[in-house]
Design a protein around this ligand. Structure first.
Ligand code: NOJ
Length: 564
């Protein structure tokens, strides 16, 4: 059944709340997405990952689902959804939805029932335990929520605690209960029947918890991981849902593999295991953030180590390539000086640095125009993560507040969620009303309308690069070899099949870097991609790289279209 179409896909992630508002209520919606389908087609992408549009009380912007088979009215109706799906398919774009089933919303019918009594038929859909201590008023273990604080909430009515690895409004589902697994398979099939092409499975590496839920060892904000990341039954559960749903249609299933290390990835993504098709892993985006919250200096050598290690996975493992999503700050501000005079070159260089790798690339909305992080005052943050961090720091140790503000100015998820900058006017073409979150004031300069007009824009470069990847066998199947791994300025690698090869050279520094390419054996190769005009047409022994310059030289193949 599976054609593995995703190996030829370029994904575009839509965070619906921030993409396009059609009715002026300040919140992006499905009709807004429909109005931008031609834009997506023209960009050249052929798959969309849509962040949740299901019914939700929005404590975590849709990652808390109260009905898995319905659409949140603020986004539109099921009819709108079907129209959008058809509109995508008509344009050759597949749709992958978000599947958030490590937890549901506490407002889901299952949880409402579950908390009614200990013998309710839905009680066992969630993870309930008696507390510790004489009166049971201490949580069952020391695990912490990924958003700070305890991972347990006490329920006065039934005098037990329920587990939530995120907020207390996101109770964890009990995957050890076969009925829960049956429900998940049925939900998947419901959407597949409608024509949906796959799922991005939210924090799916957390679903199997270790028997007895033992105390954890880690840091307060991440304590307990060792007892639920790729837990004891994870393979059994993946196989089961795969058999009952995922493999029955021509799908793509990509798991958000939080906590999954390179060495464990093949056990969940190797093709013969019938589990996931690919994994969104975190090692790369954690190069400049320790423990997910603490900004540390960007280190290109570590970054290259991670990229190379994932490229060198066995050939039956398919990588996911991304720099941004709705949880990560903007790449142009984190991997370089996205506010500087070389902003455009940087945006293009970053694009080259991951589009030439093996795997499925994802573009997060706005990345294709080089949207940047935003400056926010403390009370302008709207995301639950930043808010909880400020609250806890205020409560526990207020002198740390300036530090928390600094950390959030770099790390908060809000940076990714500012409204999509369509035009340089009030509401940035995203809404005619009051936007649900602050628009980045740089929308006058950075917006789709002006990028479309400028042949040298990041957007137009992305279009050419996407086109360059299409049907390109070297990029899809070629071998990978890194050169000069110890160089702290330049990422240099070769992709090769037979006697045809590309040499990719990306300068991650905002200054000129002389770069000797002796070791590569690519002397004489011809230039096919460059983010500056006037680069040498043919590779010599060395090359002088300009600030954030990216070049690709090709050997043994003369028909690549040149992108400059
Ligand atoms: C990962 C999602 O990407 C994030 O936005 C969400 O807050 C958590 N999972 C919890 O669902």
């Amino acid at each position: 059944m599976k054609t593995r179409w995703y190996k030829d896909a370029v994904f575009y992630q839509i965070y619906p709340r921030s993409f396009c508002d059609s009715n002026g209520d300040g919140i992006g919606d499905i009709k807004g997405i429909i109005s931008k389908l031609d834009y997506l087609r023209d960009l050249g992408i052929n798959a969309v990952w849509l962040s949740p549009v299901y019914k939700s009380p929005n404590c975590d912007n849709g990652y808390d689902i109260s009905d898995y088979r319905d659409i949140n009215p603020e986004f539109g109706t099921m009819e709108d959804f079907k129209e959008m799906l058809k509109g995508m398919h008509d344009r050759g774009i597949r749709l992958v939805m978000d599947l958030v089933v490590n937890h549901s919303s506490d407002e889901h019918f299952w949880f409402q029932e579950s908390k009614k009594s200990k013998d309710n038929p839905y009680r066992d859909y969630y993870i309930w335990r008696e507390g510790k201590g004489k009166d049971g008023k201490k949580p069952p273990n020391n695990w912490t929520s990924r958003f700070t604080g305890k991972a347990w909430t006490f329920d006065e009515k039934t005098k037990e605690w329920y587990l939530h690895l995120f907020t207390s409004k996101q109770p964890d589902l009990n995957w050890d209960n076969p009925k829960v697994r049956e429900e998940v398979a049925n939900i998947c099939n419901f959407w597949f029947e409608m024509g949906v092409d796959g799922f991005r499975c939210d924090v799916i590496t957390y679903i199997s918890k270790e028997e007895g839920l033992p105390d954890g060892k880690g840091l307060p904000i991440l304590r307990g991981d060792e007892h639920f990341v790729l837990g004891p039954n994870i393979h059994k559960y993946f196989n089961e849902i795969n058999e009952k749903a995922w493999s029955r249609y021509d799908t793509m299933i990509v798991g958000e593999a939080i906590g999954c290390k390179l060495k464990d990835a093949p056990s969940i993504i190797a093709e013969d295991r019938n589990e996931l098709d690919s994994a969104i892993t975190f090692e790369l985006v954690q190069v400049d953030f320790k423990s997910d919250f603490l900004p540390v200096k960007f280190n290109l050598r570590k970054f290259k180590q991670v990229q190379s290690a994932w490229q060198n996975l066995p050939s039956n493992c398919w990588p996911t390539l991304y720099y941004e999503n709705h949880d990560q700050p903007r790449s142009i501000t984190r991997y370089g000086n996205g506010y500087g005079i070389h902003r455009k070159e940087l945006g293009k260089m970053l694009a080259v640095s991951y589009f030439m790798l093996r795997g499925t690339p994802y573009i997060f909305e706005g990345q294709e125009i080089g949207m940047t992080n935003i400056y926010l005052k403390p009370d302008e943050y709207v995301d639950v993560m930043a808010k909880q961090i400020f609250t806890i720091v205020k409560k526990v140790f207020p002198p740390l507040l300036p530090f928390a503000r600094w950390a959030m100015s770099k790390r908060a998820r809000d940076h990714a969620r500012t409204p999509m900058q369509w035009e340089g006017k009030q509401g940035c073409g995203f809404t005619t009303g009051t936007p649900w979150m602050k628009v980045n004031p740089n929308c006058d300069d950075i917006n789709v309308v002006s990028a479309l007009k400028n042949p040298n824009s990041i957007l137009n470069f992305y279009k050419k690069l996407i086109d360059f990847r299409k049907g390109n066998d070297i990029i899809k199947n070629g071998t990978y070899k890194e050169y000069y791994a110890g160089n702290k300025n330049v990422f240099c690698f070769e992709r090769k099949t037979g006697d045809k090869a590309y040499l990719v050279i990306c300068n991650f520094k905002e200054k000129n870097i002389p770069f000797n390419v002796d070791d590569t054996g690519m002397k004489g190769a011809k230039l096919v991609i460059s983010n500056y005009p006037n680069q040498e047409d043919v590779l010599g022994d060395a090359i002088l790289l300009k600030p954030y310059e990216a070049v690709v030289f090709e050997k043994g193949n003369s028909d690549s279209k040149r992108i400059i």
